[in-house]
Design a protein around this ligand. Structure first.
Ligand SMILES: NC(=O)C1=CN([C@@H]2O[C@H](COP(=O)(O)OP(=O)(O)OC[C@H]3O[C@@H](n4cnc5c(N)ncnc54)[C@H](OP(=O)(O)O)[C@@H]3O)[C@@H](O)[C@H]2O)[C@@H](O)CC1
Ligand SMILES: Nc1ncnc2c1ncn2[C@@H]1O[C@H](COP(=O)(O)OP(=O)(O)OP(=O)(O)O)[C@@H](O)[C@H]1O
Ligand SMILES: [Mg+2]
Length: 345
């Protein structure tokens, strides 16, 4: 996909800069608006359905139906053409009833619905079902509202391995992080993997991988070490500032969003990052300027997603103040992107 001609025309002098520094230096703010402008594809009349992105969320169980919905609908609102959800049967009808826009596959199973004797056949049926679709996706998001059922997580591990073999970028969030923290080989060395831990999820990762506690004084060094230890994957540590690293560089987005910390904002973020990472990957794959080839598209996806969520949260808070909830923020994803990168006609 070419860069958005309505926002900037591709030329060597406008190459993507993330203002990233080496691990030992200070953390610089990314030029996130420039990143969004550069990687967002134009709305070209010649393009057909699917070319702006096909995303899948693997998540949604008996307890959680909001999280996968937030992630999947955010992907559409940012600009993807198709958004799928792979969830359990109980969750599917509920998610479908939130929105007719989503394509919902009720295929995952939790332990309570599968007898011991059936496990192997059910597990292989689930993988076959998802594998049918996998190559069509530009990115998958594993974990929002997935739950922690052991059989379900085993099946999702198979799906992750399959995505990796098929070279599909994978954002791991929520319970997906619980899964990979206990099974690091699922993401180790996968340069197309992005982890988006919140404060608890990051703590668990640091304890497991680095065998120490989170150190705020050396936050960027610790994050860089974590990425390196997991084989150069990209991690966005969410918080007051979202700090992003791939083990080589580290940067941050700290544009103020909202003082409301309602649940679900991380889900918006994971769906948005999936779309931007796909756009960045297509942009860099088709870009003729060698200087930009060295930029990590997964980092760009994180930078762009973080900025957009923060802008949308800020608009939503301005309007709704203390009653701001996740749905209000999703409403402003479109305006926030439009302000940075107008769609034109
Ligand atoms: N509207 C919705 O549907 C939303 C749904 N959401 C979804 O919720 C899921 C969990 O995500 P979260 O962010 O609450 O987990 P997190 O920060 O690790 O934990 C905070 C504390 O809780 C505990 N704990 C958590 N999960 C547990 C479990 N299954 N069983 C037992 N304990 C658990 C945890 O304790 P610990 O693991 O340390 O023992 C920690 O102290 C995830 O799928 C997310 O996508 C959210 O996206 C929000 C909107
Ligand atoms: N202390 C903070 N100050 C400002 N913004 C924050 C703060 N903590 C988180 N955020 C923003 O909220 C977004 C979501 O981060 P959060 O830590 O709430 O994720 P989460 O716990 O995974 O959310 P979810 O409830 O969806 O699971 C981050 O991208 C960040 O922009
Ligand atoms: Mg979360």
């Amino acid at each position: 996909l070419p860069g958005n001609a309505a926002c900037s025309s591709p030329s060597p002098s406008t190459s993507i800069r993330v203002n990233a520094m080496s691990a030992s230096g200070p953390v610089y703010e990314a030029d996130a608006e420039a990143v969004v402008r550069r990687i967002t594809p134009p709305l070209d009349r010649a393009r057909h359905k699917g070319q702006a992105g096909k995303i899948a969320v693997i998540g949604g169980c008996r307890e959680y139906t909001g999280a996968p919905y937030f992630a999947a609908i955010s992907a559409l609102k940012v600009g993807a053409d198709l958004s799928h959800v792979f969830c359990t049967r109980d969750a599917a009808t509920v998610i479908k009833s939130y929105s007719p826009e989503l394509i919902v596959h009720p295929i995952l199973e939790e332990s309570y619905s599968v007898s011991d004797g059936e496990r192997e056949s059910v597990s292989s049926r689930i993988l076959t079902e998802v594998a049918k679709w996998m190559e069509r996706f530009d990115c998958i998001v594993v974990g929002p509202g997935l739950g922690r059922d052991s059989f379900l997580l085993d099946c999702v591990s198979n799906i992750m391995r399959h995505a990796r073999q098929a070279n599909i970028p994978t954002v791991v969030d929520g319970d997906g992080l619980f899964l990979i923290t206990n099974n690091l080989s699922l993401v180790e060395g996968n340069l197309l993997a992005i982890l988006t831990p919140n404060v608890y999820e990051y703590k668990r990762l640091v304890q497991k991988v680095l065998n120490c506690e989170v150190n705020e004084e050396n936050a960027s060094e610790q994050l860089t070490a974590l990425c390196q230890k997991i084989g150069g994957i990209t991690i966005m540590r969410k918080g007051k500032a979202d700090i992003i690293s791939d083990g080589k560089t580290v940067t941050q987005v700290s544009t103020f969003g909202s003082p409301r910390r309602c649940g679900g904002q991380g889900d918006i973020l994971s769906g948005s990052v999936a779309v931007f990472a796909s756009w960045a990957r297509h942009f860099l794959l088709t870009n003729e300027y060698p200087t930009e080839k060295s930029v990590n598209p997964m980092m760009l996806g994180c930078i762009a997603g973080s900025l957009l969520l923060r802008k949308a949260a800020s608009h939503a808070f301005e309007k709704n103040k203390r009653s701001t909830v996740t749905t209000d923020i999703i409403e402003f994803l479109g305006k926030s992107l439009e302000d940075i990168c107008p769609a034109g006609h």
